[in-house]
Design a protein around this ligand. Sequence first.
Ligand code: FPP
Ligand code: MG
Length: 335
Amino acid sequence: MHPFAILAPAWRRAPAAGIVAGALQEVEEIFRRQLRSDLPAVNELARHVERYRGKMLRPTLLLLSGLAATGREDESALTRNHKMAAAVSEMIHMATLVHDDVLDEADTRRRGATINSLRGNETAVMLGDWLISNAFHLCSLIGDTSLNVAFGHTTNTLCEGELLQLSRREDVCLDESTYLEIVKRKTAALVSACCQLGAQLSGASEEIQKALGMYGQHTGVAFQIQDDILDFIGDQSVVGKTLGCDLLKGKATLPLILYLRDCVGSSRVDAINVIESRDGIELVRRMNKAGSITAAQAVAENMIRAAQDALEPLPPSQVKTLLQELAMEVIRRDR
Ligand code: FPP
Ligand code: MG
């Protein structure tokens, strides 16, 4: 799949189309070179993981933020450090996906078999460890300790998000604000760090860095809400990964939280029975009828508007407009 597949509609419309295409190729090269081992058994796994890379959303946002922060529109303004940091962000993301598929017992990702389904949990856990270790090795090679600190803080945060989520499994009383806290940590923290670091590496002011960090945070939350909606109503052959995991694993996500919030008395007892019996089809039918999926989509849309507004302090540029359009694509996607 073309790396911009998810971003394609905005990409085609935007005059800045393809602006970071060359830089992204360098990111891919750095990524591939870092994940080279002298052991064929390890290389084979690394090649398998490479096919997980599809959207390259995090590196793309880091690079575009690097340009938008200073109003530059030409990718020649991006440094080697931007590209190295972008590769680090994608490697961290890959590590989290490999571990996440163990937690979710998922067997499909990006239309292919997950490592856990192919080789078992032991290999998947070790491969995720190898990826996260490589990410921090690559980050150290940049020679800017602030990047190690920032990415280290980010991986702490996303593990905390996962731990909080695990602690609330099977909890039908999970509320929207705790859900948003989980999502902010497990997904948005890395997206936000990418946007902020892109600006930092361009020498942008604290104010601009913060604005891009907020843009990333709101976009990341909206991304996960859309992911959670697709987990209920997506088409597995389009999304390309195992769906229905959240219900099976007892994770209450936004559509379900909003549905349960409005169920009282016997209808709540009924709803909990449907959840406990893991009847996804019936649950989706009920959530659709109650308008809970539409309500979750509205929360994601508001989040995207907040992301777009957060860019207000940035100088006007085509890349800034592109970032605003890309944020909207995140919730319009069906994969
Ligand atoms: C997606 O959840 C999961 C994440 C965004 C974070 C996963 C993080 C970990 C498992 C911690 C591992 C940490 C390190 C540092 C290796 P999801 O199941 O909703 O997304 P999906 O639909 O893509 O599976
Ligand atoms: Mg998962």
